[in-house]
Design a binder for this molecule. Structure first.
Ligand code: ATP
Ligand code: MG
Length: 267
């Protein structure tokens, strides 16, 4: 078994990346898949870790990145770092210090090496999981390049409003750059519209316009759209995914649909 590594990206903040990573992980675990979530948020806000219930981890992605950066094997460290969530997914937490690692990477002169630190850090466990989901930070820096280099696919989340999509062109050009360099098979799996408020016409129209615009550009837009609901916010404090917090709600249903849509097209 070789896992599929899916990065959830958009350098705009607050567009549902972390929520989507946790919810997709929970659905896949519900379906009996072996899932690992990795908090790759280096912006000082490790919200995936916090949402899953770990604020101050003993070991984190920081230790793994440092070890990998020093060309050391991460196998035994991974054993100590991987945590288990009650809903069936495993995860690797981050912490505030992850930003410092990004700075070290940016300053490094070894161009090829500094881009593959994350990929090499997680290589020993790729056999153990079917899906590895990477939760990206709202930034585009050397950590994001590491994330794109480690990934097989990316899913871009966006809200159907305002500036949420402004960063997409820069992200797409980073993907193109990473493809040319170190990861030729990296694929943009699709654009996911999140936090859609069906009650506002502006939101609905914006979603349709986005769908058309990106489809025309050749980017696939998931036909599943994630609705906005207050429960999707409240679940965080309970350290639960929306699947557990409100299993019969419309957001949980939408994330189940999304995973179905995703899996039905998997080779
Ligand atoms: N479907 C939804 N309905 C309502 N609120 C949502 C929904 N999805 C996410 N949210 C809320 O919106 C906020 C931003 O979501 P989230 O943290 O998933 O975005 P993000 O892209 O990871 O943000 P950041 O860029 O800061 O990492 C959070 O408070 C979250 O609880
Ligand atoms: Mg986030």
């Amino acid at each position: 078994m070789m896992s599929k590594v899916i990065a959830i990206c958009n350098q705009k903040g607050g567009v549902g990346k972390t929520t989507t990573a946790i919810a997709m992980g929970a659905v896949l675990a519900e379906l009996g898949k072996k899932v690992l979530l990795i908090d790759v948020d280096d912006s000082g806000n490790p919200s995936l870790s916090i949402n899953l219930g770990t604020e101050e981890p003993e070991r984190s992605l920081v230790d793994l990145m440092l070890t990998s950066y020093m060309d050391r094997d991460t196998t035994s460290l991974l054993e100590e770092t991987i945590l288990h969530h009650g809903e069936g997914m495993d995860y690797i937490p981050a912490e505030n210090r992850l930003g410092g690692i990004s700075e070290i990477l940016s300053a490094s002169q070894d161009e090829a090496k500094k881009r593959t630190v994350l990929k090499r850090a997680i290589a020993p466990i790729r056999e153990r999981y079917e899906y590895i989901l990477l939760d990206a930070a709202p930034t585009l820096n050397m950590m994001s390049i590491n994330l794109l280099t480690a990934a097989d696919e990316i899913i871009i989340t966006t809200q159907p409003q305002g500036a949420a999509e402004d960063g997409i062109p820069a992200l797409v050009s980073s993907v193109a750059q990473v493809r040319q360099n170190l990861n030729p098979d990296l694929c943009i799996k699709g654009l996911l519209i999140t936090m859609l408020d069906r009650r506002t016409n502006y939101n609905k129209e914006k979603a349709s316009t986005m769908e058309r615009a990106y489809s025309d550009l050749g980017m696939r837009v998931f036909s599943t759209r994630i609705p906005r609901a207050i429960t999707a916010e409240s679940c965080m404090e309970q350290h639960q995914s929306i699947l557990k917090f409100d299993p019969k709600g419309k957001v949980a249903a939408a994330y189940r649909d999304l995973v179905n849509e995703y899996l039905s097209e998997e080779a």
